[in-house]
Design a protein around this ligand. Structure first.
Ligand code: PGA
Length: 261
C-alpha cells in the first residue's frame, strides 16, 4: 500500500500529566528542537484544563491540538463531561476516542466509542480511534478478530468520506506504558490488517487514504523502525511525548522514513 497518499502524523498523548503552568515551557522547548523539514503533521492531546494554555503557547507554531476524550452526549445534564461542540468551539483539530485506559477505567464499550466518534465527526474534529488487544487475546490468537471487531464497531454509521478523515491508532494494550514495544513486524501486521478491514467495508480509495498510527512504548530509539513500515503512518506517543527532546527525535524520525521511502 503506497504511503504517498498519506502524510505522517505524530501525536503526543500527555494523559493525566502536565500542569497548565508547565505548558508554556514545554512548547518553548519543543519549538526550539523541531526539525526544519515538515515531514509530518504533529499534535498533542492534552488534559482539558491544559488546553487553553496550549492554544496560547502554540499559537504561531505548527503544533495541532487535541483532547483525550469527549462525551457522547450533545449537551445538558452530564456533570463533569465535555461535549464535541465545546472542543470544536476551542478550535481543536483532534480528539482521542476509545483509548484503552478509557475503555478500562470508564467501562467504555465499543458502542460508546462509536457514539463519541460520531459526535466528533459531526463537529469536524478528527477522531483518533484507538484499538488494541490484551496480552491474553494475543496469546490465544484472537488479535485479528478482536481488531476487526473494534474497528468496525468504532466506525459504524460513518460514511466512507467520514472514515477517510478518521485516524486509527493501533495500541496493543500489553505495550502501553510497559516499555514493551511491539516489534515493527507485529505492528505492521496489525496496521495492514486494519487497512484491509477498512478496504472491505469502504473500498480501496478510502483505505489507502486513512492514516494509521502505532502506539505503545514508542520512543526515540524504536520510532524509525516502526515508521519505516508500509502501513504505519505515524505514532501515538504517551510517556516519551512528555519530554520535548525525546518527542522531537520521534518527529525527526519521520524524515528518515521519507528518505528511505
Ligand atoms: P506509551 O502510551 O507511549 O506511554 O506506551 C501510548 C498511549 O497510551 O497512547
Amino acid at each position: 500500500m503506497n504511503k504517498k497518499y498519506r502524510k505522517a502524523l505524530i501525536v503526543g498523548n500527555w494523559k493525566m500529566n502536565m500542569l497548565p503552568s508547565e505548558v508554556k515551557g514545554y512548547v518553548a522547548a519543543l519549538r526550539g528542537l523541531l526539525p526544519r523539514q515538515k515531514t509530518c503533521d504533529i499534535a498533542v492531546c492534552a488534559p482539558y484544563v491544559a488546553i487553553p494554555a496550549l492554544i496560547r503557547a502554540a499559537r504561531d507554531t505548527r503544533l495541532g491540538i487535541g483532547a483525550q476524550d469527549v462525551s457522547a452526549h450533545e449537551g445538558g445534564a452530564y456533570t463533569g463531561e465535555v461535549s464535541a461542540a465545546m472542543l470544536s468551539d476551542l478550535g481543536l483539530k483532534y480528539c482521542i476516542a476509545g483509548h484503552s485506559e478509557c475503555r478500562r477505567y470508564h467501562n467504555e464499550r465499543s458502542h460508546n466509542v462509536n457514539e463519541k466518534v460520531v459526535a466528533l465527526v459531526n463537529e469536524g474534529i478528527t477522531p483518533i480511534v484507538c484499538v488494541g488487544e490484551t496480552e491474553i487475546e494475543r496469546s490465544r490468537s484472537l488479535t485479528l478478530d478482536h481488531i476487526s471487531y473494534q474497528v468496525k464497531a468504532a466506525l459504524a454509521d460513518l460514511t466512507g468520506a467520514q472514515v477517510r478523515r478518521c485516524v486509527i491508532a493501533y495500541e496493543p494494550i500489553w505495550a502501553i506504558g510497559t516499555g514493551k514495544t511491539a516489534t515493527a513486524e507485529q505492528a505492521q501486521e496489525i496496521c495492514c490488517h486494519i487497512r484491509s478491514v477498512i478496504r472491505k467495508e469502504y473500498g480501496a480509495r478510502i483505505a489507502r487514504a486513512v492514516c494509521i498510527l502505532y502506539g505503545g512504548s514508542m520512543n526515540a530509539d524504536n520510532a524509525a523502525e516502526l515508521l519505516a513500515m508500509p502501513d504505519i503512518d505515524g505514532g501515538l506517543i504517551g510517556s516519551a511525548s512528555l519530554r520535548p527532546e525525546e518527542f522531537a527525535k520521534i518527529i525527526a524520525a519521520t524524515a528518515q522514513e521519507e528518505a528511505t521511502a
